[in-house]
Design a protein around this ligand. Structure first.
Ligand SMILES: [Zn+2]
Length: 302
């Protein structure tokens, strides 16, 4: 039995069919027309109609880079898409003629890691993504934390540096200003004196063991370790999953984050502590997580 997963980001929309084991097939991708909310709906409808074969999807799960209400029916707003108090679930259900399950994109990706990826055997998990910003998801006792107003898991905006760098959210010192892929590249360009350094070149330097590049990465990972210390104090998860583009560096990222967490977390040696591991689901985590959430929400027998 397949469900359809859709991941609507600020620049692209991905779609595919996903089975109960989290395996993705018929993946497709289109550009997002971020200025036109209804064009996005048209694109999603087209992409769903192109998924075919014998594996007809009974339900559709949609991950969106957006702030959703607690009941996952409406979009309050989206930082990079022109949705404002938009009834996305209802509009999509009308157009697609089948049940639609909405989730925030970072939460959907986190759900995929929890069900099928790096946190597969855990009951509780915190995931943090090191990408353009820092996104996150929290799973407690097998359930995604949604919060009282739908916005739980905005982990990039916990403050780790009082009076620190200005963040896009309007605050100063947010974790994502110190531990995102964007922060890594900002610091690397500055420290290495290479204003044109690309992320590919940075990866080459890191893999090649360049000591200056590794020092920058370690500093960014130290910030992430401090953020994790705060989150673990609240949620006490079994596993902390690090995702996003930076996590592709594997142990170069998870080792210094673990080291930072060890230094900052009280009584580290005297009680069980979560493992820090990198994500394994890759760029399709949002599609797979959204489809799986739709499968779990589908009424029995449907
Ligand atoms: Zn912020």
């Amino acid at each position: 039995m397949y469900t359809c997963g859709i991941d609507i980001g600020g620049t692209k929309i991905a779609a595919g069919l996903v089975n109960a084991g989290g395996e993705l097939s018929q993946r497709s991708e289109r550009a997002t027309n971020a200025e036109d909310p209804l064009a996005i709906i048209d694109t999603v409808v087209e992409m769903v109609s192109e998924l075919n074969g014998d594996e007809v999807a009974s339900a559709v799960g949609v991950a969106a880079a957006a702030f959703l209400d607690r009941t996952r029916e409406r979009v309050y707003f989206a930082p990079n898409i022109a949705w404002a108090d938009f009834p996305l679930q209802d509009v999509l259900e009308q157009r697609l003629g089948r049940p639609v399950t909405l989730e925030n994109d970072a939460n959907a990706a986190g759900w995929a890691e929890f069900q099928f990826g790096a946190a597969k055997h855990a009951h509780s998990m915190v995931m943090l993504t090191m990408g353009t910003g820092v996104g996150g998801a929290v799973v407690e006792d097998g359930r995604l934390l949604v919060g009282g107003f739908g916005s739980a898991g905005e982990l990039g905006h916990i403050i780790i540096e009082p009076d620190g760098l200005l963040c896009g959210c309007g605050n100063r010192g947010c974790l994502e200003q110190y531990a995102s892929g964007t922060a890594l590249m900002r610091e690397a360009r500055s420290d290495l004196g290479r204003p044109e350094l690309t992320s590919e070149e940075m990866t080459e330097l890191l893999v090649g063991g360049d000591s200056a590049a590794i020092a920058v990465l370690n500093r960014v990972c130290d910030a992430m370790g401090r953020g994790i210390t705060a989150l673990v104090a609240v949620t006490d998860p079994e596993v902390v999953v690090i995702g996003g583009g930076v996590a592709k560096a594997g142990a170069l990222v998870s080792d210094p984050i673990t080291e930072s967490f060890r230094r900052h977390y009280g009584a580290y040696e005297r009680r069980p502590v979560p493992r820090v591991v990198v994500a394994t689901m890759g760029n399709n985590a949002g599609v797979i997580g959204a489809a799986d959430l739709a499968r779990l929400q589908r009424p029995a027998g449907a």
